[in-house]
Write a protein that binds this ligand. Structure first.
Ligand SMILES: *Cc1c(COP(=O)(O)O)cnc(C)c1O
Length: 380
């Protein structure tokens, strides 16, 4: 293919987020160094309150990463060994790892092929007497319908635990991500909508007992120093990370809006092309952690991605292999064909560049490159 004159477009670019606030970020880090309260320090409490508040939830408990937020959060909700939890098959593997670490059995469920979100009809069929909870993943930044989830959980006497690792401040039907569950997990991995300068996570919950339990679980199971009432672990959000996140949080709404605008822009330009964007059913409430399109058969997604890379457009696949087909989890007992929608999507999806600061002309360049590759593929 003839190389174009366009500039390279990265999949993610942090500079638009960090450059304008660099001085404040450095000051916040300096303050922690001066105070020396590196573990469970002042900036952590401040961030826990600010972030939980932004989600519309009373308590926030900072932990080491999103995976721990799921594992410890479920444990604090009373999940015990052998309990079953409904989980989408097409999520990042950390969701499944969190469930397993809480001692529970992940019962995988297929998704809706148009939104890639958990299919609640399929979830209903997977319920057994051991099922305790449903763990919806607000995948790519779009919330699973809160009304349908609350209805589902109420009907079947299950609790909801949200994996909101990709959906900071997402909104649907008047509910914020993280505000419908008994407890909910967030990740502050650098590339998430709100990301630190390393790993980080949080559980938010409206329940004071769960919050108290989590503060103990993340801190060696000690509600007070050297008294260990729970078999806990060491999993805390670093004060330094919290200080960085405190500086970034006030910008999150604006950054999410920029992602949503970029997505609308992509959507308009992709109109009438043989490429299908995943459906947005939550309008401006979708925070587009990722912008995902489907490149359906007979087009070849892998070839498509490779051709785009050659022109300088970096893309991703989230995720190329659903959880039930991952080698490490064969003992869960699933096989190819069990979740047709998840499997189809894994072969068709492609994530286009998406980050706050992505410009309309860059989006146009991505679309031009897609057109070029489409022409090329049709000629093959
Ligand atoms: C990122 C992510 C997690 C895990 O978060 P970490 O901070 O990387 O442990 C869990 N679930 C989903 C859907 C994620 O995207």
């Amino acid at each position: 293919m003839t190389p174009n004159t366009i500039n390279k477009i990265p999949f993610v670019d942090f500079s638009h987020q960090h450059q304008p606030i660099q001085t404040q970020l450095e000051q916040a880090i300096q303050t922690v160094i001066q105070r020396g309260d590196f573990v469970l320090g002042e900036a952590l409490t401040e961030f826990e309150n600010a972030f939980a508040g932004a989600c519309g939830v009373k308590y926030g408990i900072g932990v080491a990463c999103g995976t721990d937020a799921i594992a410890l959060g479920l444990q604090a909700c009373g999940i015990r060994s052998g309990d079953e939890i409904l989980v989408p098959a097409n999520t990042f593997i950390a969701t499944v790892i969190g469930v397993l670490r809480a001692g529970a059995v992940p019962i995988l469920v297929d998704c809706d092929v148009e939104t890639a979100l958990i299919d609640l009809e399929a979830a209903e069929k997977a319920i057994s007497p051991k099922t305790k909870a449903i763990l919806p993943v607000h995948l790519y930044g779009q919330m699973v319908s809160p009304k349908q989830l609350l209805d589902f959980a109420g009907t079947h006497n299950l609790f909801i635990f949200e994996d909101a690792a990709q959906a900071h401040l997402a909104l649907s039907e008047g509910y914020r991500a993280g505000s419908i569950g008994k407890a909910s997990a967030f990740s502050f991995y650098p590339s998430k909508n709100l990301g630190g300068f390393g790993d980080g996570g949080m559980v938010v919950t409206p329940d004071p007992d769960i919050a108290k339990n989590l503060r103990s679980l993340r801190n060696y199971g000690a509600p007070q120093k050297y008294l260990h009432t729970d078999t806990g672990t060491n999993s805390r959000l670093d004060t330094l990370q919290a200080a960085v996140l405190n500086v970034k949080l006030p910008h999150l709404r604006k950054w999410n809006q920029q992602r949503n605008t970029a997505a609308q822009n992509y959507e308009n330009l992709l109109h009438n092309k043989p490429i299908i964007p995943l459906q947005n059913k939550t309008a401006t409430g979708h925070v587009y952690h990722l912008y995902v399109i489907r490149i359906p058969h007979p087009l070849d997604r892998n070839f498509f991605q490779q051709q785009l890379a050659e022109i300088g457009i970096q893309t991703g696949i989230h995720y190329p292999l659903p959880c039930h087909l991952q080698p490490a989890y064969q003992n869960l007992g699933y096989q190819k064909g069990d979740f047709p929608a998840a499997e189809t999507l894994s072969q068709e999806i492609l994530s286009l560049p998406m980050y706050p600061g992505l410009t309309p002309s860059q989006i146009q360049q991505v679309i031009n490159s897609i057109e070029l590759v489409l022409c090329h593929q049709n000629k093959l």
